[in-house]
Design a protein around this ligand. Structure first.
Ligand code: FES
Length: 161
């Protein structure tokens, strides 16, 4: 409940920087995404009400742009590259191991809110395929037995933040 109140207060603060005009819809959504890591139903309603834009329109924008998410993501998003080079060199097996270790599927977030898993296309580091990006750190030539190590390392950093 405290968190909800806090979020309501903060969203009001964000909205106060924008005049109530439709043209700020995307800018507000981007700022909310940056602040919370996702856009909740409450955020959509608050933005709609502040800008005087139908919530269906705000929702359309929020679902159109890939950089915006309506799902709460983990503090650390583990991105498993499944471009051609990574795929050929076993990214699927690495992904399976990460899913098993975290007990979630791609697109999901762990109950403690620490990790989400995403499958991404080529990240431009094919020479070190398969590639896993964890909290913006690139791990190359990842073998199945390294998956747990990568997660444990990231967890330690996250818990000490
Ligand atoms: S295919 Fe994975 S980095 Fe290029």
């Amino acid at each position: 409940m405290q968190l909800e109140l806090e979020q309501t207060r903060n969203i009001k603060e964000i909205l106060s920087h924008y005049p109530p005009e439709q043209r700020y819809s995307l800018a507000v959504l981007q700022e909310v995404q940056k602040e919370y890591g996702y856009i909740s139903p409450n955020h959509l309603m608050a933005i709609s009400s502040h800008l005087g834009v139908p919530v269906s329109e705000i929702f359309s924008i929020a679902t159109f742009y890939k950089a915006l998410s309506l799902d709460k993501k983990g503090k650390c998003i583990i991105k498993v590259c499944d471009g051609t080079a990574c795929h050929i060199r076993g990214s699927v097996n690495v992904l399976e191991e990460i899913k098993r270790a975290l007990k979630i599927n791609e697109g999901e977030t762990t109950p403690d809110g620490l990790f989400s898993i995403e499958i991404v296309n080529c990240v431009g580091s094919c020479a070190m395929a398969p590639v896993v990006i964890c909290d913006k750190v690139y791990h190359g030539n990842v073998q199945i037995d390294q998956a747990k190590e990568i997660i444990d390392e990231a967890k330690e950093v996250l818990l000490n933040e």
